[in-house]
Design a binder for this molecule. Structure first.
Ligand code: 5GP
Ligand code: ZN
Length: 126
């Protein structure tokens, strides 16, 4: 256990949207879009590549469950699923978290390229 912000949040049960064996789910405090969720393992680990196969497998299941929840509650038109692994890739909280970001038609003028927008000038390839 470390002292990081997500380790702290794991103890604040009232903030948790859902709890599973290895992971919990919270709403992102600064959502990219309405419904933006974070899936986070209880056990501190830096990123996807340092996490166990059990955690990875559970995250897959949670993504399915949370998609259903968001479909019912927010009716998005699409999703981005993403992880920033390491500061060079933009990670700011060094405790694995998977972003599940609902997307809505018209939420930006030209969404083509989506996650390629991690480097904004490269978002579109044609
Ligand atoms: P990263 O850049 O590390 O992939 O993302 C960190 C995410 O954590 C950001 O989307 C940010 O909005 C979210 N975040 C940072 N601090 C808090 C917090 O105290 N509570 C919640 N719910 N989300 C946070
Ligand atoms: Zn932590």
């Amino acid at each position: 256990m470390t002292d990081c912000i997500f380790c702290q949040m794991a103890k604040e049960k009232n903030l948790l949207l859902a709890e599973f064996k290895h992971c919990f789910v919270i709403k992102d405090q600064y959502p990219v879009s309405p419904g933006h969720l974070l899936i986070i393992p209880y056990q501190h680990t830096e990123n996807w590549f340092t996490s166990s196969s059990e955690v990875k497998a559970e995250i897959n299941l949670i993504l399915e469950k949370m998609k259903k929840l968001l479909d019912d509650g927010y009716h998005p038109d699409g999703y981005n699923i993403g992880m920033n692994c390491g500061p060079a890739a933009g990670q700011t909280v060094m405790h694995l978290h998977v972003h599940l970001i609902p997307r809505y038609r018209g939420d930006m003028s030209d969404p083509r390229g989506g996650i390629r927008g991690v480097i904004p000038t490269k978002q579109k390839y044609e």
